[in-house]
Design a protein around this ligand. Structure first.
Ligand SMILES: Cc1ncc(COP(=O)(O)O)c(C=O)c1O
Length: 424
């Protein structure tokens, strides 16, 4: 994908916004305000997406049904709660490129990661290792290490980390493949963040899956920073599982329920070991309340509890906007917005900062990670006081994401102005 030739003037940003077919979606979101009541420049959708203006009404509908119907709402609510989670299935499947039976919205990311490892991480003396990217999100590291210990192994010998070459910030695809080829026979599970949360690097998930399966490894992805951000084709790529959260690019609200993908052939394998709960039980006999667990077919067979309807309602509001905007158009705009941000930052090149996210659009999503040599935390606070919301990850990384659903080219222009003046 190639972007337009960018220019440095503010008029250029205004012209880009004027010709943006997705520009009107900005008005569908609440923007945090500065002290003077102006919209903040919000570039933090990689952390928590903005609230759609329809979210309140979607939640109120469920509160009203609850008030008026009580338990009867499970069957008689305007959207009965018994099957409410299925209202999200098709849109979720489209977002991750899966069959509807392969996905379910449930729990939260770390819980789902544990559930997936309970089913798919079965270490043996010969094959007990887990391969992750160095600097994986801490919750993933804690979950993986605790699973390794739970099975009686030791993370110091069972956890393998992929690190960039000396002097480089990102991992090279060929190094990942070579490592899998070299050590794959001892690796039980490859678990990679589809987009790394610090560097913003997007990995070649199709290739990693192929390389892992060639060596007999289970392959899973944490898509927290990938879903709603980059194109995903999980069904075709064929990883064994994937998990994600719905509160970043998907704007489902703080702590919103997560999502889970289970590859079709596993999803239908009812004998697979799993940690069970009643909502994963075959719905035809669930309410016979029998003592033995018989899972549903599909990813739904990993559900534990009856779903949190209020959280699902918020997510439904947001996914509807996503469907309306269309994934392809969003990706085209995203490539352009992020390319424009990179272009403007490069015009202001300085030894004080460097961009550590890969420059190629196919190796990143919306996020740019800016490494600051000194005073980064202070700079982030200063920008926040000036109405620019992004975030800081210790020890040296300032993360910014121009989100195509609600950010504009003028947001990017103004951000770069403020960033470079704060820097100087
Ligand atoms: C890459 C990644 N993995 C895991 C998590 C943890 O998510 P949760 O708190 O929903 O379990 C996050 C949260 O930001 C994340 O960014």
């Amino acid at each position: 994908m190639t972007g337009p030739r960018f220019e440095t003037s503010e008029e250029f940003a205004a012209a880009m916004d004027a010709s943006d077919p997705l520009a009107s979606f900005r008005d569908r979101f609440h923007f945090p305000k500065t002290k003077t009541g102006a919209d903040c420049i919000y570039l933090c959708g990689h952390s928590l997406g903005l609230q759609p203006k329809t979210t309140g009404a979607y939640l109120e509908q469920e509160l009203r049904d609850w008030a008026e119907l009580g338990a009867e709402g499970h069957f008689r609510a305007s959207r009965p709660w018994m099957s409410y989670h299925r209202l999200l299935t098709q849109q979720t499947a489209t977002l991750v490129g899966a069959e509807p039976a392969e996905v379910v919205v449930m729990n939260s990311l770390t819980v789902n990661l544990h559930l997936m490892m309970a089913s798919f991480y079965w270490p043996t003396t010969d094959r007990h290792k887990v391969l992750v990217e160095r600097g994986a999100f801490p919750s993933d590291q804690y979950a993986i290490k605790s699973q390794i210990r739970f099975h009686g192994f030791d993370p110091t010998s069972s956890l393998l980390e992929l690190a960039p070459r000396d002097g480089e910030c990102g991992l090279r695809d060929e190094d990942i493949e070579a490592r899998i080829e070299r050590q794959g026979d001892s690796i039980a599970l490859i678990l990679i963040g589809g987009v790394n949360y610090v560097t913003g690097q997007a990995f070649d998930m199709a290739q990693i899956t192929k390389a892992g399966h060639r060596k007999g490894c289970v392959v899973g992805f944490d898509l927290a920073h990938a879903v709603g951000n980059i194109p995903l084709h999980l069904h075709d790529w064929g990883p064994d599982f994937a998990v994600w959260c719905n509160y970043k690019y998907l704007n489902g609200g703080p702590g919103c329920v997560g999502g889970c993908f289970v590859r079709e052939r596993h999803a239908r394998a009812l004998e697979l070991p799993r940690f069970a709960g009643w909502w994963g039980h075959d719905e035809k006999t669930r309410f016979q309340m029998g003592p033995d667990f018989h899972p549903m077919e599909g990813a739904e067979g990993w559900q534990l509890s009856n779903p949190p309807i209020l959280a699902l309602a918020g997510l439904r509001a947001s996914l509807e906007i996503f469907s309306e905007a269309g994934l392809q158009g969003l990706r085209t705009k995203s490539v352009s917005l992020t390319g424009y941000m990179q272009f403007l930052l490069e015009q202001k090149a300085s030894p004080k900062f460097s961009i550590i996210t890969p420059p190629e659009p196919e190796r990143r999503g919306a996020q740019l990670s800016i490494r600051l040599l000194r005073g980064g935390r202070k700079l982030c606070d200063q920008l926040s006081a000036a109405g620019v919301i992004a975030d800081w990850r210790e020890p040296d990384t300032f993360r910014v994401a121009a989100v195509p659903l609600y950010n504009s080219f003028q947001d990017v222009y103004r951000f770069v102005q403020r960033f470079t003046s704060a820097l100087s």
